[in-house]
Design a protein around this ligand. Structure first.
Ligand code: ATP
Ligand code: MG
Length: 256
């Protein structure tokens, strides 16, 4: 079977500084794949190379068997990539519902589908329906009429994920989805991702510093250190790796 995402000998540099040094990985359809490693290991850069925001200086990125190494960002998004950012990006001046309506409409327009006429500046009922569904799925119904700039950090992050889901991506790329969240918001995200996987069969590639989140969600984990892969395997395999313990997981995981 062809992996949904396949990376071979990927290299990325910022000027003279090589940050990703020959990374290989395979992600199967439906899998939840986590990339972990110390600050500055290159996780976000690896994400950017996958989504096309950082050009690869070497190697190949394949999506669904197709070489996308030189494909521009917007075409990758259209090919099925959905990505969130370490710092949430939403339309600050729009309500949660308004944000979702725009995102659903953007997808429909991008696919050349008419969103229907606007009557009295109201979006088409089917678009509102879909947006409302996403609000329910992401536990945002309470804040549907709140402008994004007034949302709590956790709500904003869930809204950002909802916006990406509105694009119906084949693969969801989540860069530290629980960064800066309260413990209960974190549990909410874990629960949400388990549902996404179960109900929508979404393939997820994520980075995360919270080991409870990682070990609770990931089917497989890859550990990056200074731009190199030091381990890839199931959570149990990674946890058992002496090198990973030494470099990253340290004492807390040995005691866990
Ligand atoms: N735009 C940039 N220009 C130059 N160097 C950069 C740039 N972005 C990142 N770097 C450097 O590349 C290395 C990898 O950074 P990256 O952000 O990918 O790490 P990370 O694993 O995501 O870290 P964190 O856990 O802190 O999010 C770091 O040394 C960083 O300083
Ligand atoms: Mg990062």
């Amino acid at each position: 079977m062809i992996p949904l995402l396949q990376i071979e000998q990927l290299r990325v540099s910022y000027g003279e500084l090589e940050v990703i040094k020959g990374v290989n990985l395979d992600v199967a359809g439906g899998e939840t794949f986590a990339v972990i490693g110390p600050n500055g290991a290159g996780k976000t850069t690896l994400f950017k190379a996958i989504t096309g925001e950082a050009p690869a200086s070497g190697g190949v990125v394949r999506f669904d068997g197709r070489d996308i190494t030189r494909m521009p960002v917007h075409l990758r998004a259209r090919a099925g990539f959905g990505r969130t950012f370490q710092v949430a990006r939403v339309f600050q001046g729009l309500t949660a519902l308004g944000n979702l309506i725009s995102s659903v409409e953007a997808r429909l327009r991008g696919a050349g589908v008419s969103c229907g006429p606007w009557y009295g500046w109201r979006p088409a009922p089917a678009v509102v329906d879909e947006a409302e569904h996403l609000l329910v799925d992401l536990a945002l119904t309470q804040v549907r009429h709140v402008e994004a700039r007034f949302l709590s950090h956790g709500d904003k992050k869930r809204l950002e994920i909802a916006l990406v889901l509105a694009q119906q991506p084949q693969i969801l790329m989540l860069d530290e989805p629980t960064a800066g969240m309260s413990h209960s918001d974190r549990l909410g995200i874990v629960d949400l991702m388990q549902r996404l996987r179960r109900d929508r069969g979404v393939t997820i590639v994520m980075t995360e510093h919270d080991m409870d989140v990682i070990f609770g969600l990931a089917d497989r984990i890859m550990v990056l250190n200074y731009g190199e892969v030091i381990a890839t395997g199931t959570p149990a395999e990674v946890r058992a790796s002496p090198l990973v313990r030494e470099v990253y997981l340290g004492k807390e995981m040995i005691d866990a």
